[in-house]
Design a binder for this molecule. Structure first.
Ligand code: APR
Length: 349
């Protein structure tokens, strides 16, 4: 995945270049600047002293010294001043200039902290959006592996309402595949039917409501409304994931590269899928394509099934994906914000 949003300490990353959120003097400071100088050793400061500083929005490159990376790209982000004095343009320039230097130095991989979102006070959610927009824009034109390194959880700030909506959606859908509490059993089945504590039952609230459940030990059958014609289903029955994906790309009027870049899947992986009709992708990759193609829930389930997967109500990651598809929100950035807020792995990582 060309853009990976990860939680880590940037000084530990063994990639070609890491980006430092520096100040205009380039002589070190606190935050990530301090951490990078501390880990790199005094040689980094000695080289920085020869650079003559750096303007806000600009970037300069040095060696990595004792860091595991080859280069350090120092860029100076804007101080947040309410958002009306060109802060966003300057922050965009930081990412653009840093990526330009990485390209010029043949870097295959580069890691960014969330520039300006610490001491310089840029609101983290806005800083994240600028970072993701700039990096994904660059990756539409260039092949590079870019890490966006989140150092603390507050880096992702999901709106209160969205968080509450998703929590309610999870509560409603989430099927606990562990022992169902006796109270729940009574609530759901009424006094008469109670599973013994020793039995493990996969019980689905939905199926109770639809009255379609036949739940016995660990098994539940859920009635699923099939909204596509039987003929369609039979026609696509023996289609592989690869064939279904390419058909969907054509049906959506997208080009291959538009689709795999929107899915944040790298070109090499896509060409593997394209050339091997029986290729089996990971579940995250299959879901990323469903989101890029903006498939509805049934189409998503069909595509996943071709790869041998299903959206499960005992998996919060799947339920959050189902929430966004059900609400027609295919913004990978917002989906990742939600996944991050619920401690789930991210799409495109
Ligand atoms: N790895 C990854 N990210 C980190 C690390 C680390 N080791 N340490 C801090 N961060 C994150 C912070 O959590 C924040 O999200 O880096 C982001 C940028 O925060 P700052 O380092 O405070 O940088 P910035 O907001 O751009 O302010 C720059 O702070 O350190 C001084 O000398 C620097 O004056 C300059 C100013």
């Amino acid at each position: 995945m060309p853009l990976q949003i990860i939680r880590n300490d940037i000084t530990k990353l063994n990639c070609d270049a890491i980006v430092n959120a520096a100040n205009a003097t380039l002589l070190g400071g606190g935050g990530v600047d301090g951490a990078i100088h501390k880990a790199a050793g005094k040689e980094l400061l000695q080289e920085c002293m020869k650079l003559g500083g750096c303007k806000t929005g600009q970037a300069k490159i040095t060696g990595g010294y004792r860091l595991p990376c080859r280069y350090v790209i120092h860029t100076v982000g804007p101080k947040w001043n309410g958002g009306q004095t060109g802060e966003r343009e300057l922050l965009e320039s930081c990412y653009r200039e840093s990526l330009r230097l990485a390209l010029e130095h043949d870097c295959q991989s580069v890691a960014f902290p969330l520039i300006s979102s610490g001491v310089y006070g840029y609101p983290k959610d806005r800083a994240l959006k600028v970072a993701v927009d700039c990096i994904t824009g660059f990756l539409f034109e260039h092949d590079m592996l870019v890490y966006l390194v989140m150092f603390d959880k507050s880096s992702f700030q999901i709106g209160e309402k969205l968080f509450a909506d998703i929590t309610a959606f999870i509560d409603d859908k989430y099927v606990d595949t562990h022992f169902v509490s006796r109270r729940t059993q009574r609530d759901e089945w009424g006094e008469s039917t109670v599973f013994g504590e020793s039995e493990q039952a996969t019980l689905s609230r939905e199926s109770f409501r639809e009255g379609a459940a036949t739940a016995s030990k660990g098994i539940s059958f859920q009635k699923r409304t099939v909204s596509r014609s039987l003929e369609d289903l039979l026609k696509q029955e023996d289609e592989s994931f690869s064939q279904a994906l390419l058909r969907k790309i054509d049906e959506k009027g997208m080009t291959d590269s538009e689709c795999y870049k929107k899915a944040n899947v790298d070109r090499k992986l896509f060409s593997k899928i394209r050339s091997d009709v029986h290729y089996h992708p990971s579940k995250t990759t299959a879901i990323a394509f469903a989101i890029a193609l903006e498939l509805n829930l049934d189409e998503t389930k069909d595509l996943l099934l071709k790869a041998g997967f299903a959206l499960s109500h005992s998996n919060k990651f799947d339920i959050i994906i189902e929430y966004f598809i059900t609400n027609g929100n295919y913004n990978v950035f917002e989906i990742n914000e939600a996944l991050f807020a619920f401690d789930q792995s991210l799409l495109g990582v």
